[in-house]
Design a protein around this ligand. Structure first.
Ligand code: SF4
Ligand code: SF4
Length: 397
């Protein structure tokens, strides 16, 4: 039977797990393998695999694992004849900031997070947000589907409250139940794939901890299930990309260099980001550390000699926050609070007071005691004195 209960029952079910490269890789493996393990216990067949194009991964890059479950071997093999599933009954997303869209290492351009979800299918997102809030970021579909929010465990002192991606499995046994909670959510929306009883049995066998079993069951009961009608969601437009066939490709694998002072207009990189840096232009002392140390060369110098972030290129690594010598001059905040990549320096120039209020709204301390000091920054830092280009090409572009 189809997960949506329709009469046109597929004999196989495809599940994708969308995760942040490297630090959520083990978590994604555990979810996709757990789907297959549970289904096999119930007499079905299945297999789990990673998307070939997502390896080698880069930290934070959106990547995908898949699980395919079928009623028999023949159905499974016919499902696996494709390079990767083009449609999935269930998509599991383990960082809610990816709701805005993802550009994977296997370059397809930025794509909607629910791109593969079939009519009547399910989009499962681990989050501490309400479905309505996530829907503002999730691209509309021309048909109905269901959004399910899997409540995030509290990552006290690790990543909360700004950015709630789970680190489960990154270090030895730093486990917060996210894998089990996602499996239980699959059981809730598609018990034909795996049942709750089987999931709880797996938890009991693996953890030998009845408290963990009860916690997973409690999370199952607290799932937020929100039917989404055709046309509901974000109207953000995504560019369509056509992969050239091999007969259309040029000889050799040529990646043309970018001209100095330009960035690759097609390689956006922003969907790698869970958090984004905000710059306090009032307290910037023009020391250039952010400009020098950013691995993706995302900083541009402003007419005043301070530095602004080009958000389409920023991967959210937070190195700039670490190297900036001025307290809270660069602060990382939750990416989900933003719906575009527009220049924030332009906002500052148009209305500095409004920009300060904006920083405070995002929890950035203003440090007015440092403003005068920044104004006295030595002239050697002024843009007119520079001996290097004021714009740069991105690092890997
Ligand atoms: S250093 Fe800062 S601006 Fe550069 S990619 Fe990392 S977070 Fe973005
Ligand atoms: S590191 Fe901080 S103080 Fe230095 S130029 Fe960048 S934003 Fe300004």
């Amino acid at each position: 039977m189809h997960p949506n209960g329709s009469a046109s029952a597929p004999a196989s079910w495809s599940v994708e797990v969308v995760y942040r490269g490297i630090f959520q890789k083990r978590l994604a493996n555990r979810i996709s393998r757990g789907v297959v393990l549970g289904a096999r216990r119930e007499g079905k067949v299945g297999t789990a695999f990673a998307r070939y194009g997502d390896s080698p991964e880069r930290n934070g890059i959106p990547s995908k694992n898949f699980a395919v479950v079928a009623t028999d071997e023949v159905e499974l093999e016919s499902s696996l004849a494709r390079y990767e599933p083009e449609r999935v009954e269930i998509s599991i997303v383990v960082d809610d900031t990816m709701s805005k869209g993802v550009e994977s290492w296997a370059w397809y351009g930025v794509q909607p997070i629910n791109k593969l979800v079939v009519p009547g299918g399910f989009l499962l997102v681990t989050s501490d947000k309400e479905p309505e809030e996530l829907l503002k970021a999730i691209k509309t579909k021309p048909y109905d589907y269901t959004l399910v929010v899997v409540p995030s465990p509290v990552h006290a002192g690790v990543f909360a409250p700004e950015g709630s991606a789970s680190f489960a499995g990154l270090w030895v046994d730093n486990d917060d139940n996210t894998d089990w909670n996602c499996l239980a959510a699959v059981a809730r929306v598609a018990p034909q794939v795996v049942s709750l009883d089987t999931v709880l049995t797996l938890v009991r066998e693996r953890t030998k901890d009845e408290a963990r079993v009860n916690a997973v069951k409690a999370n199952y009961d607290q799932l937020k299930i929100r039917p989404v009608n055709a046309g509901e969601g974000s109207s953000t437009s995504f560019e369509e990309y056509q992969k050239p066939g091999w007969t259309q490709m040029r000889e050799g694998i040529i990646v043309e260099a970018q001209q100095v002072g330009t960035r690759n207009p097609l390689y956006k990189k922003w969907s790698t980001r869970t958090r984004r840096p905000l710059v306090n232009f009032d307290t910037c002392i023009k020391c250039t550390q952010c400009w020098l140390q950013c691995p993706d060369e995302c900083f541009e110098v402003t007419p005043e000699g301070t530095y602004e972030v080009v958000y389409e290129a920023c991967i959210g690594c937070s190195i700039c926050e670490e190297v900036c010598p001025v307290p809270d001059c660069i602060v990382m905040v939750n990416e989900l609070a933003f719906d575009d990549n527009d220049s924030l320096y332009a906002v500052y120039k148009a209305d500095p007071e409004a920009y300060r209020a904006f920083l405070q709204k995002h929890g950035v301390p203003l440090h007015p005691e440092l403003v005068e000091k920044a104004k006295k920054t030595a002239a050697v830092h002024d843009v007119q004195e520079r001996k290097w280009p004021v714009t740069v090409a991105g690092g890997e572009e």
